[in-house]
Write a protein that binds this ligand. Structure first.
Ligand code: AMP
Length: 406
């Protein structure tokens, strides 16, 4: 795909519409993790140097086409001002008269943040008329929302149709992410180990098929593990499972065996009968540790146990490249965070010893934060889990296709 970089476009004093991924965690009106904002700093500061007026558009959470106060982007404004060091104006809607007025009144060298795109159903519908209204906010379109590239939405896809081929490009964040994934993963230094966790089994299971052609070992934990354990005929109690993916899991296990790729599933688990909300609410029943791969009736597997963490650690330490996507337990709850934190710590140590470590996805980055590990301590932290997985799977990302010159 032929795609212009931000440096290939004439930007001098122009109004630039930038799609960013500011889907950040907010608690009590404060941004609790500004990683995604800091990641766009290079692009925004470059545009400021070119004396541009910058119009930022982003989504937050899943308000499903309704105005939901809890998902307002307003609390993000002071954080952008702090990181970028300039005034940020806020438009209480992303389209319409008020948005047009705020954009018109802002000066060159200033930033406008538009309210959550997903307050309009048309955003996720990839609606053309809505995209045209968004497109009116800028003369040039810059795609820098790496974490949203796998979505064909109005602000990532249709919007680009309203800009000429000279006036659309990818920003520095997208450029860096793509270069890194392309180089480090498509031609990895071997042995190459992939660690997959998290809960979105159907999103991730197909990419494992792709990884079997690339890697030597796959370590599966988190909610993903139980569909695989079920595929092996083991009892998984009430653990998360996607029954319709059990066959895919079976075929992945078979393909791995014939390709000489080792798949490791958890050898022990932290289990409980129920799960309170994320946070530190006490559970009605104390978590317990299993001594085998199976989960007893009535229990859910909620974290990998210490024996699994040690087995995974051995594999990580003897690898040259490691890619990690998805937490290995319900890490939001301190009772089930130990496995993910242990693996994050092993990755930090492995990086010091020369292993190339790549972490993808918001939740995995939150694990690093919880483990008090600086992102710089790993080789590369990708801001988009879904986008990086789909890119590796070889899919054409709609957000990239939209800005391509073809
Ligand atoms: P994903 O977006 O696919 O990376 O999924 C992240 C989510 O997976 C987190 O919110 C975790 O709480 C959840 N998760 C991890 N392990 C488990 C598990 N064993 N059972 C249920 N959910 C899990």
């Amino acid at each position: 795909m032929k795609i212009k970089r931000i440096e290939d476009v004439n930007l001098d004093s122009k109004t630039v519409l930038v799609r960013v991924d500011y889907n950040v965690p907010i608690k009590d009106g404060l941004v609790t993790d500004n990683t995604r904002i800091v990641s766009t700093e290079k692009t925004i500061k470059y545009l400021l140097e070119k004396n541009c007026k910058i119009v930022l558009m982003a989504h937050l959470g899943r308000p499903k086409g309704q105005v939901v106060e809890e998902f307002s982007l307003k609390p993000v404004v002071p954080e952008i001002e702090r990181v970028m060091g300039v005034k940020v104006h806020f438009a209480t809607d992303c389209v319409g008269e008020e948005a047009d007025k705020v954009v018109a009144e802002a000066k060159q060298g200033e930033i406008v943040l538009l309210e959550n795109l997903r307050f309009h159903k048309e955003e996720t519908d990839n609606d053309k008329a809505f995209a045209e209204k968004l497109a009116k906010h800028g003369e040039v379109f810059v795609q820098d929302a790496f974490g949203a590239l796998h979505r064909a939405h109005a602000s990532t896809s249709a919007v680009a149709e309203f800009f000429g081929i000279e006036d659309k490009a990818i920003g520095f964040l997208v450029q860096k992410e793509l270069e890194f994934l392309d180089r480090a993963i498509k031609t990895p230094q071997k042995p190459f180990t992939v660690i997959v966790g998290g809960a979105k089994v159907s999103d991730k299971i197909e990419v494992l098929n792709k990884f079997i052609d690339l890697c030597d070992t796959i370590l599966i934990g988190g909610g993903m593990a139980y569909t695989f354990l079920r595929a092996q005929g083991l009892n998984i109690g009430n653990s998360l499972v996607e029954e319709e993916k059990v066959e895919s899991a079976k075929s992945i296990i078979e393909k791995a065996a014939s390709n000489n790729v080792e798949i490791l599933l958890p050898a022990d688990h932290v289990i409980a009968t129920e799960l309170s909300d994320a946070g530190s609410e006490p559970l009605a029943v104390e978590p317990q540790l299993t001594d085998s791969m199976a989960i007893p009736e009535g229990y859910m597997g909620l974290d990998i146990g210490p024996r699994t963490a040690a087995l995974f650690a051995e594999k990580i330490k003897t690898s040259k490249t490691v890619f990690w996507n998805g937490p290995l337990g319900v890490f939001e709850n301190d009772l089930f965070a130990k496995g993910s934190i242990a693996i994050a710590e092993i990755l930090r140590q492995a990086t010091e010893e020369g292993v190339i470590t790549i972490v993808g996805g918001g939740d995995s980055l939150s694990v690093l934060k919880k483990a008090k590990i600086d992102r710089q301590a790993l080789t590369h932290c990708s801001t988009g889990g879904g986008a990086s997985m789909e890119f590796l799977e070889g899919k054409v990302l709609p957000g990239l296709k939209a800005v391509s010159q073809e």
